[in-house]
Design a protein around this ligand. Sequence first.
Ligand code: GDD
Length: 314
Amino acid sequence: MKALITGVTGFVGSHLASYLLGEGIEVVGTCRRQRDGSVPPTVENIRLVECELRDKTAVEAVIAAERPDYLFHLAAQSFVPASWASPGDTIHNNVAGQVHLLDAIRRLKLPTKVLIAGSSEEYGEVLADEIPVNEHNPLRPMNPYAISKIAQDFLGMQYYRQYGIPVVRMRTFNHIGPGQSEHFVTSSFAKQIAEIEKGLRPPVLYVGNLDAQRDFTDVRDVVRAYWLAIQHGAPGDCYNIASGRSHSIGELLQLLLLLSPITVSVQQDAARMRPSDVPIVVGNAAKFTRLTGWTPEIPIETTMQAVLHYWRTL
Ligand code: GDD
């Protein structure tokens, strides 16, 4: 069995590639060249193919050559603030890439099973009596990134309904772990702590909104869910992937600081504040648990240790 992962050099893609290799699956991944012309590093024992997903011809050529049994579509512009800075790029990148992939599978009449990585950001603002949010909740997006993920999600549904392509749509809540970019909150805090420990910066930790509450799952639990989902998910259906518990960003910061001997002063950085921020997110993954038995296994404290260890040893 062969899996194609778009965005295999990214955070989730590299964890998924390692997991699938462990399951005995052949892994091929698409990547884009970096600005300096080099190919980004990734996990061993996978095959990398260069492909710009916004290029319809290039996408069709890769799908025709690889004819994967499974397609995990993870490549995306995934940072919410970047979608305010460049809304058009986020929409184009995230939506066009997916249209090209699904359309190539349609034109080539392949039996490929497809997993679309959607987001809890699709739900956006959630009312107090809707928590924990399930898949029937109204979508009230609060940023262009969320809109791009709704488009991806609904395109997946449409390609199933119209052409019968077996697409499973994931609505994944926050996922964290070693290897995530410093743009995201836990990595940003852990990197600063590791640098302060090494004396590379003064003991001042810059933060954004510490009151937001998010539902965090370790990325290694998430990729296990993705493998279960693509095998057992009902074609056309959508599933939340979440822990069912929320933590404020301030709590996460305290968890990280408990793992370090340093004392810091915490300072709010205006550039890290957002024009709008979903205040509280808690997901209900009961539908997926009923289907597959999946529940998250890695405690948040263990994830925090792994994230801090990653930045300390980088
Ligand atoms: N990035 C960042 N940096 N966020 C901060 C900071 C900081 O210094 N301080 C506080 N925050 C708050 C943000 O305002 C937000 O409320 C929360 O921490 C999480 O921010 P991110 O880690 O950037 O994640 P996100 O919730 O915007 O989006 C992530 O999760 C989505 C799923 O819910 C991303 O991984 C998305 O791609 C994903 O779809």
